[in-house]
Design a protein around this ligand. Structure first.
Ligand code: ACO
Length: 427
């Protein structure tokens, strides 16, 4: 295998080293391209750009492989719990029982959120989208935890990480409870991390909280499946904001905003809205398949297609099975599930979708489970953010520990050449 690549332009030859990853991914290291030649690369959407070297998550979109720190997503979803996976992603190894217990204890120590944060939450209208509320509250946490801003040592980073892992679920639960008009609650430190999240979210003020293993298992699995996905839009946002040393909470708040969009994390909400729209319109899936293929129609089949998975999304396989189990266990019959299955079948057999390698992604089925768990549609992307938190943290920590330079892409300018200013009354 060649260790260098040569670029020839205008009769000049430029040589660049080739970097090979542990899974044999090959990249031409063009760090010196501009200095050598004055040329830059152009890659809108970064489809061919490796923005960093990372040891956290490996995925192969052609083979449908997803691994966190070397462990397959299938094995982690079956055998690990969410906090264990969070530890693995952030610190690189599966924790021992003692390490996990200490991590959990440290988190529990930090799980109280300043009471004044409630005033900020109160000032939002009930109609506010929970993702906007969550991004704002995460940003507001900075003001109440100033020591978490300028962190550079591993110990300072650890303290900031633990604070966020502790307080973020509280903010998520409060965002839901505000939307539902329920009193804010703190859960119970005696419970497991995910069980406590479930209690904080779902406990009714007039009823004792009862653990439901189906709900906890489904939540654990969903959170694990969403926990990291290498350099996607929100994660790249977290890394690039963090690269200015803006601090963990500010970087995560920016990541939440990036995740909100319907082409990214917002797709799980968009899927359910689409399925409900099809149901309300008589359930004619063929009509919507035709709309998705019509280039003059902006409609896209939400939950289909992925920037990197071009054969299948391994998370979608796990989640599809989980959706059947959860609905069965909870005794829920959801008419939109039938529409989802019909659409999936038609799309998988349709030449347009086959040619473009468009398969159901993780969000095609996650919304159906969230619905079965009683989570309102607008909260789906918040649940995604809750799952993605350890991945964002791990990526931020890796970027800081590697002392990566500030992210600052270049551009090819295509605007006007120099021109002379014209006074306003002469234009
Ligand atoms: N429905 C219909 N056609 C589609 C769809 C879709 N869902 N997705 C892609 N296509 C078509 C495009 O129109 C394009 O067709 P063309 O080659 O004839 O012009 C071709 O497939 C390639 O699509 P791109 O948009 O170039 O693919 P890209 O990799 O840029 O986009 C994306 C990936 C954004 C996920 C896209 O497939 C999409 O919009 N899907 C629906 C939204 C969604 O489910 N997002 C969640 C992604 S997963 C996540 O964030 C967790």
């Amino acid at each position: 295998m060649s260790t260098t690549a040569t670029l020839e332009y205008n009769g000049e030859k430029y040589e660049f080293p080739v970097t090979v990853g542990t899974e044999n991914e090959i990249a031409i290291d063009i760090k010196t391209l501009r200095a050598q030649s004055g040329i830059i690369t152009l890659d809108p959407g970064y489809k061919n750009t490796g923005s960093c070297e990372s040891a956290i998550t490996y995925l192969d979109g052609e083979k449908g492989i997803l691994r966190y720190r070397g462990y397959t997503i299938e094995e982690l979803a079956e055998k690990a719990d969410f906090l264990e996976v969070a530890y693995l992603l952030i610190f690189g190894e599966l924790p021992t029982r003692d390490q996990l217990d200490k991590f959990h204890e440290d988190i529990k120590d930090q799980s109280v959120v300043d009471e004044d944060m409630k005033k900020i939450l109160d000032s939002f209208p009930k109609s506010a989208h929970p993702m906007g509320v969550l991004a704002s509250l995460t940003s507001a946490l900075i003001a109440f935890n100033p020591s978490s801003v300028n962190v550079s040592s591993e110990e300072e980073m650890y303290r900031a990480i633990v604070k966020l892992m502790a307080k973020f679920p509280v903010l998520v639960a409060w965002t839901l409870r505000k939307k539902e008009g329920m009193p804010l609650d703190y859960g119970d430190d005696a419970l497991g991390y995910v069980e406590n999240i479930a209690k904080m979210m779902f406990k009714k003020p007039n009823k004792e909280y009862r653990k439901n293993d189906v709900v906890i298992n489904a939540l654990d699995k969903l959170l694990i499946l969403h926990a990291d996905h290498e350099q996607n839009c929100s994660t790249s946002t977290v890394r690039i904001v963090g690269s200015s040393h803006a601090g963990l909470f500010a970087s995560i708040s920016a990541g939440i905003s990036a995740l909100w969009g319907p082409l990214h994390g917002g797709a799980n909400q968009a899927v359910i809205e689409m399925l409900e729209g099809i149901k309300a319109d008589g359930g004619d899936t063929k009509k919507y398949m035709a709309k998705a293929k019509d280039k003059n129609d902006p409609f896209r089949l939400m939950g289909f297609g992925h920037r990197v998975y071009k054969n299948f999304d391994p998370r979608a396989r796990i989640i599809k099975k989980a959706a059947d189990e959860v609905l069965g266990d909870l005794g829920v019959t959801d008419p939109v599930l039938g529409i989802a299955k019909g659409l999936e079948k038609e799309a998988l057999e349709d030449q347009y979708f086959v040619d473009r390698k468009l398969y159901p992604n993780v969000d095609f089925y996650s919304g159906i489970i969230y619905r079965a768990l009683g989570i309102p549609t607008e909260m789906f992307t918040v649940m995604f953010a809750l799952g993605r938190l350890p991945g964002w943290i791990a990526q931020w920590r890796e970027m800081r520990l590697r002392n990566e330079p500030i992210g600052r892409p270049r551009q090819v300018y295509v605007g006007e050449n120099k021109r002379t200013f014209i006074d306003i009354d002469k234009r």
